[in-house]
Design a protein around this ligand. Structure first.
Ligand SMILES: Cc1cc2nc3c(=O)[nH]c(=O)nc-3n(C[C@H](O)[C@H](O)[C@H](O)COP(=O)(O)OP(=O)(O)OC[C@H]3O[C@@H](n4cnc5c(N)ncnc54)[C@H](O)[C@@H]3O)c2cc1C
Length: 386
């Protein structure tokens, strides 16, 4: 593809340089970055911010989420997390918005001996990758978070795993994009062929499957929101991720008194909340932090993560369509991956040159998986695209 240079005054009424499909964190951040470069940007979404981000906890966890067999994804998570401090500062500067961005770090804990043994295998792997994980004795854990249950057998600190509030982030990104000149069209895109722009960016989360034939599937996550009684801040400051009698749970404290408790991971596409999931999440949460039993239960909700076959995002031009860029499939990591995705896609739009960081995440790594992906030019010009 060739790079897009900013439109000039004489073609003010010409077609957009960039059409972005989807106004979640990914689409809005790309729109902001592109508009800030002087490109004419239109963002299409009937319900901005209504996708997975409306439910997400907002953990920025490259270390705690470094799982076996996902080294390339871990590299991208680390890269994006490193961009978060400047990204948050720039977004706050552009909008004046409080993002709920907090840097106390994450405590990873195990309740029982078995839980701790399981957690330690992962921490050892994360340490072998050179990631910052500091094992802590129970007394050191409780020095940091006195509210932890006395039963907690041990833990580790991931000091560079931070958090942001997605319900504050997405409106701020929308404000920043609009102030930079992006125009929001509050309507769905049914087919990519409806759009008339030099470059189209498919940032529609789970919607990317129907629009572009990409192998993105919904992965359901149920979460709860608790609130500390009396309008005070929760009695703990770190994000806490734990194993409790074999259940995995995370607890994300906000200054407002909110605590996000999550999350299930289910291969389902409904957004019903089940009694069993609420029970398991609450039981695990209270086992790790007994005071949560006194908190108000203010919300139970489910969302759909845009999952991919290898859990990594899909970034870059569709096969045979250099003018259509995918920026989707961010699964559990779309909030932490927002800065790097926006930078890399905006660079690709404006220079036409893919950054080497994009190489492992190209859509054509799934050639043959989806009917359109990996198809020939004639497939691309067929009904799916018109
Ligand atoms: C329970 C849960 C917890 C999570 N916790 C975290 C976390 O702690 N940290 C983290 O980094 N990530 C987390 N995530 C993942 C994160 O929320 C997603 O990866 C992220 O929201 C993806 O952003 P997105 O903009 O690609 O998609 P979405 O946020 O899903 O937004 C997609 C947007 O596209 C629009 N759209 C869809 N189809 C069309 C169409 N045809 N035309 C126009 N618009 C369309 C939708 O209306 C929506 O606004 C969590 C997700 C869930 C469900």
């Amino acid at each position: 593809m060739t790079g897009r240079t900013p439109s000039t005054r004489s073609d003010d009424r010409a077609r957009p340089d960039v059409a972005v499909v989807g106004a979640g964190p990914i689409g809005l951040a790309i729109a902001w970055r592109c508009a800030a470069r002087g490109l004419r940007v239109v963002v299409h979404d009937p319900a901005p911010g209504s996708g997975a981000s409306a439910v997400a906890a907002g953990m920025l966890s490259p270390v705690a989420e470094a799982y076996f067999g996902e080294r390339e994804l871990t590299g991208l998570l680390v890269e994006s997390a490193a961009r978060w401090p400047a990204f948050a500062a720039e977004l706050t500067e552009a909008t004046g918005a409080d993002l709920g961005y907090r840097t106390e770090g994450t405590l990873m804990v195990g309740l029982t001996g078995d839980d701790l043994a399981e957690a330690r295998r992962l921490w050892a792997y994360q340490q072998r990758l050179g990631l910052p994980v500091t094992p802590l004795r129970p007394s050191e854990l409780r020095d940091r978070e006195p509210a932890l249950a006395t039963r907690v057998r041990g833990g580790a600190l991931a000091p560079t795993d931070h958090q942001v509030d997605p319900r504050k982030l997405v409106p701020a990104l929308r404000t920043a994009a609009e102030r930079a000149g992006a125009v929001l069209v509050p309507a769905p895109v049914r087919r990519l062929g409806e759009l008339d722009a030099a470059v189209t960016v498919v940032a529609a989360g789970c919607g990317a499957a129907a629009l572009a034939g990409l192998p993105v599937r919904p992965v359901k996550g149920q979460v709860l929101r608790l609130r500390a009684p009396g309008g005070v801040a929760p009695g703990f400051r770190h994000v806490i991720r734990g194993y409790a009698d074999g259940e995995q749970v995370y607890l994300v404290p906000r200054d407002s008194g909110e605590v996000v408790v999550g999350a299930t991971v289910e291969e389902r596409r409904d957004t019903d909340v089940s009694a069993g999931a609420v029970l398991r999440l609450l039981r695990a949460a209270v086992e790790l932090l007994p005071e949560l039993a006194e908190y108000d239960l203010v919300e139970t909700v489910a969302g759909l993560r845009p999952g991919t076959p290898d859990n990594a995002p899909i970034l870059g031009p569709l096969p045979g369509r250099p003018d259509v860029l995918a920026a989707t499939g961010h699964h559990r990591h779309g909030i932490v991956l927002t800065p790097v995705t926006a930078d890399l896609i905006a660079d690709l739009v404006s220079t036409g040159e893919p950054d080497p960081l994009l190489a492992p995440f190209r859509p054509d790594r799934f050639a043959g998986v989806g009917p359109a992906v990996g198809g020939t030019d004639s497939t691309m010009k067929g009904d799916r695209w018109n």
